[in-house]
Design a protein around this ligand. Structure first.
Ligand code: FES
Ligand SMILES: [Fe+2]
Length: 352
């Protein structure tokens, strides 16, 4: 029932399949997500990663049980080998290779310790040779070594739709009731006597339509008194519809932290949520963990709401609500309209 109220299908976007360190050279992994069954594997030399449909074009064996040979994946059944572009590269008992058979494959990038695929949800087969409309943005401070890897947290799978995460950022009226408590970082334990006051803003990028920025400023009230020096800010960038989101936390006079929060739809109503972060080398690790843990506690405070709500096409809004309709119009771009086809699963969004 809840699912039927949400936009249908999976939006076009970059999605994080795995952390780089979870896929060793020559390793194959099976991932069910985005309504697909996918195998992702790393070449024997460790340099390249491929994502393709899990079922062999020959007689349908699951390639996850196969093994990597150079840059190819060998099927466990009749030992056909598939190339990283999805073509058949070798048949042990036949010289003649099928030229037209082509596995579904995805454009893939390995950046900042993570493996991303670009998925088009339109019902046509994905193709690694079809260039994605945009890339995962560069982080110059990480590229030049000023900021370094400081950790990851494999979150949980949350029974929510992807759009809820984006909608949360424009739902300014929920900050006071849901996010005004201070928690012991990484836990749901409230810190008594401290309240968090938020100021929020949201806007799409003027030139790159796939980006949107959510700005949050927070300050603490300790025993009822505002403490100015606790003022902190975060710039949250949506790279697409909420599947890849970066948080820049600025700690005045100390430095910056950048954290990825990624959502991978296992199904329309299940998001696997992961966190991975880099920080200025100079920030003490404990402080980095404190800041990230603070965010993760605040994120977790929304879960109960997300896991039980529906999506209203026509919400009843009041003065003080954030730019919910504006965000929904922005979100529509990730569901490009396709020709209706009775036989194909429809993916047209029911967005306002
Ligand atoms: S099913 Fe894969 S080689 Fe036959
Ligand atoms: Fe929230």
């Amino acid at each position: 029932m809840r699912e039927a109220t949400y936009p249908r299908g999976f939006p076009d976007s970059w999605y994080r399949l795995a952390a780089s360190s979870d896929l060793a050279a020559g390793q194959v992994k099976y991932v069910e997500c985005l309504g697909k069954q996918i195998v992702v594997f790393r070449s024997e030399d460790g340099k390249s990663v491929t994502a393709m449909s899990a079922f062999c074009p020959h007689l349908g064996a699951n390639l996850a049980g196969g093994c990597v040979k150079g840059e190819r994946l060998e099927c466990p059944f009749h030992r056909w080998q598939l190339c990283s572009d999805g073509r058949v590269g070798k048949i042990p008992y036949s010289e003649k290779l099928p030229t037209r058979a082509r596995q579904e494959t995805w454009p893939i990038r390995e950046r900042y310790g993570q493996i991303f695929i670009y998925h088009r949800g339109g019902g046509e087969l994905n193709d690694c040779e079809q260039a994605p409309p945009y890339e995962i943005p560069d982080i110059p401070e990480v590229d030049d070594g000023r900021w370094v890897y400081r950790g990851r947290h494999d979150g949980k799978t949350v029974r929510m739709h992807l759009i809820e995460f984006a909608e949360n950022s424009v739902d300014f009226a929920h900050f006071a009731p849901i996010h005004s408590e201070m928690f012991v970082p990484w836990t749901g334990i409230k810190v008594p006597g401290i309240k968090v006051e938020h100021e929020a803003d949201w806007e799409p990028d003027a030139e790159q339509p796939h980006l949107a920025y959510f700005k949050n400023k927070a300050v603490l009230h300790v025993l009822g008194r505002l403490v100015e020096r606790t003022r902190a800010s975060a710039l949250i960038t949506f790279v697409g519809p909420g599947s890849v989101v970066t948080f820049r936390f600025k700690i005045p006079d100390v430095g910056e932290i950048i954290m990825f929060q990624t959502h991978l739809p296992i199904s329309a109503m299940e998001q696997k949520v992961d966190f991975l972060w880099y920080a200025d080398k100079t920030i003490p690790r404990l402080l980095v963990s404190y800041v990230v843990g603070n965010w993760v506690s605040q994120w977790a405070a929304d879960i109960d709401i997300w896991e039980n709500k529906v999506y209203l096409d026509k919400p009843t809004l009041a003065a003080g609500d954030g730019p919910i309709h504006r965000m929904r119009r922005w979100y529509k771009q990730f569901y490009p309209t396709v020709e209706p086809d009775e036989t194909a699963p429809t993916r047209l969004a029911v967005l306002v």
